[in-house]
Design a protein around this ligand. Structure first.
Ligand code: ARG
Length: 588
């Protein structure tokens, strides 16, 4: 369906033209004085210069031509030249009824679907998931769902950090602890054991131990670097250990992401890029893209228009090991070859922006990525504690994801117990569902780029701009609908009725913004705009609810109109929270 704002602008364009003015002046925006009007056009002011006329005269001319319009109930020219617009009630309900007849709620699916890869999550294997990875997972999942809702073909790839130094560290530590294992016997020719020589618990202890040792002990660090290099170059025993690390960690990661309602289509990682690395480097050298700099192989990515220095993209260290940039470039080769993407969206901490700038430039320069593939980096800020520093545990360590979720769910359980209308078991499940909304909404309602404070009290509150408030609103609607149904009335075939008062109209005006909001959020990769929208929509609904007798309404037609509006509001809210990656319980 066409966006309402475009339909209005079209009416204005015709009126500008009919009055003898250029239709380009007919831009329409939401009103910034909702007490006076619903939409407004400031084009008369913009045109004053060109037509050498007072803006109010232009506005008057245009308003006169809008007389017969089907859209408006009221149009007015006000000083110094605003055109104030109020939509006709029937026009609004007509639009809403079309929305409700459409399974996609009036959101047009892309006519030319694009192939989009979303690279998000990015956990580092064998290291526990920590809150730093939470944002990547939450935002990336939302972007993936939104792109899909817009009708694009989308692949979400977890892009595991599984090929770097941490693997060398684990191998080195394991070798020290259990040198008798066959993986470390260079003459071993049999089959390596099928069972991993550690559990996930041990693995999570091995990594920090090794990492700590390497910082103190230079010899140990050199060994870990050497183990990393040997692993990358195909050392059989180390590859076998690596496979065990992968199996054990990936199973654990899947469980964690599952609990966050985050689902990847692809479980690829940096290691999958290895197959492309030798040929890629060979070509870079042969075609003159790469050169030696201080013992390392690099690609220059500085451009003439740069105002500051952009260091070259490092491809290979002096010891022959590959780097973060190497795997990202090689991964691009694989993605181009296997998926032919129109767009690749990367999610990572915003402090990685230089890395992505270097990789994107190197990829274009060397022709790995063709013109048609858009490369986007969506960098996000840090999640801080109330003290304004990166979120930590009470003991001061890095908070693990599982613990963070548990903390929120605990808090939710307490709040739900206070309201206590549901059975124990249901309360537990509800606490989990609502807790998830608290975490995700708390994150997504901020502009991704900004740092934000993870405030358990605020995020879990049922009031204010929070996930639980949105869910509370949906649950309220569900409860009215089920009471209506229980009274023997059908929910099918209902149509909204022209608004009976301002609160109802205000709610309608929010509902009809849905397709506009979704399109904008996708174009700008800005999920916080969906959050802001459902907050406004929930507020409009609750104002309407408090001022209106719905179930007690005696006029049947009027009541049916209300119920139709509730049904539509609920569908819009549900569709939005689905994109944000959470759901509403039946009761709370
Ligand atoms: N593993 C990285 C990290 O923990 C994030 C990976 C982001 N994706 C990429 N293709 N580089 O920071």
């Amino acid at each position: 369906m066409r966006k309402i704002i475009d339909l209005i602008a079209e009416e204005l364009a015709a009126a500008f033209q009919a009055a003898g003015y250029d239709k380009d002046y007919a831009k329409v925006t939401l009103s910034n004085r909702p007490d006076l009007c619903e939409y407004q056009c400031n084009g008369a002011m913009a045109g004053a210069r060109k037509y050498q006329k007072a803006p109010i005269m232009i506005a008057n001319d245009v308003v006169e031509k809008l007389g017969g319009s089907q859209c408006f109930e009221e149009v007015g020219a006000v000083n110094p030249g605003f055109i104030n617009l109020k939509l006709k009630k029937e026009y609004v309900t007509d639009y809403l009824n079309q929305m409700s007849d459409d399974e996609n709620l009036g959101l047009d699916r892309a006519k030319n679907p694009r192939m989009v890869v979303v690279d998000y999550g990015g956990p580092n294997v064998a290291k526990p998931l920590h809150v730093g990875h939470l944002r990547s997972a939450i935002i990336g999942e939302g972007i993936k769902r939104l792109a899909r809702k817009m009708g694009h073909r989308v692949l979400g790839d977890v892009h595991l950090g599984d090929w770097g130094y941490q693997m060398g560290l684990i191998i080195t530590e394991l070798k020290e602890r259990k040198p008798e294992l066959p993986y470390f016997n260079e003459d071993f020719e049999g089959e390596y054991p099928a069972e991993a020589p550690f559990t996930i618990g041990e693995l999570e202890e091995i990594y920090p131990t090794a990492s700590g040792r390497a910082k103190e002990d230079e010899e140990y660090r050199r060994e870990a670097l050497e183990a990393t290099r040997l692993l990358q170059n195909g050392h059989a025993g180390y590859r076998a250990v690596w496979r065990h690390i992968m199996n054990v960690s990936v199973a654990d990661l899947k469980k964690n992401y599952e609990s966050l309602n985050v689902h990847f289509d692809l479980w690829k990682g940096e290691s999958d890029a290895q197959a492309y690395i030798p040929d890629m480097i060979e070509r870079f050298r042969r075609e003159g893209y790469a050169h030696m700099d201080d013992g390392a192989l690099v690609i220059d990515v500085q451009e003439e228009t740069d105002t500051k220095e952009i260091p070259p993209c490092m491809i290979q260290k002096s010891d022959g090991a590959s780097l973060y940039g190497t795997t990202d470039l090689a991964t691009l080769i694989q993605r181009e070859q296997d998926y032919d993407p129109d767009q690749i969206i990367y999610l990572a901490d915003k402090r990685q922006d230089l890395h992505f700038l270097q990789v994107f430039r190197a990829a274009r320069k060397t022709g790995i990525v063709p013109e048609k593939t858009d490369l986007a980096f969506l960098g996000f800020g840090t999640m801080n504690g109330k003290d304004g520093k990166p979120f930590k545990t009470r003991e001061g360590g890095v908070m693990r994801l599982e613990n963070l979720i548990a903390e929120i769910v605990d808090e939710m359980r307490k709040k739900i117990a206070e309201n206590r209308t549901v059975a124990e078991e249901e309360a537990e499940e509800t606490a989990r569902i609502v807790g998830m909304s608290a975490i995700k909404y708390g994150d997504l309602s901020n502009q991704a780029f900004k740092d934000y404070v993870f405030d358990v009290d605020r995020f879990t509150s049922f009031e204010g701009n929070t996930g639980p408030y949105i869910l509370y609103t949906i649950v309220r609607i569900k409860s009215i609908l089920s009471k209506y149904e229980a009274g023997g009335c059908a929910l099918e075939g209902l149509k909204t009725e022209p608004a009976h008062d301002d609160n109802e109209k205000a709610l309608m005006l929010e509902v009809l913004k849905y397709n506009d909001v979704m399109e904008t959020a996708f174009e700008e990769l800005a999920l916080h705009k969906i959050c802001a929208y459902i907050y406004d929509l929930s507020n409009a609904f609750n104002r309407f609810y408090h001022e209106t007798k719905i179930l007690a309404e005696e006029d049947e037609t009027k009541q049916k109109g209300y119920i139709a509006l509730l049904l539509l509001t609920k569908r819009v809210l549900n569709s939005c929270i689905d994109v944000l990656g959470f759901e509403a319980p039946e009761r709370m």
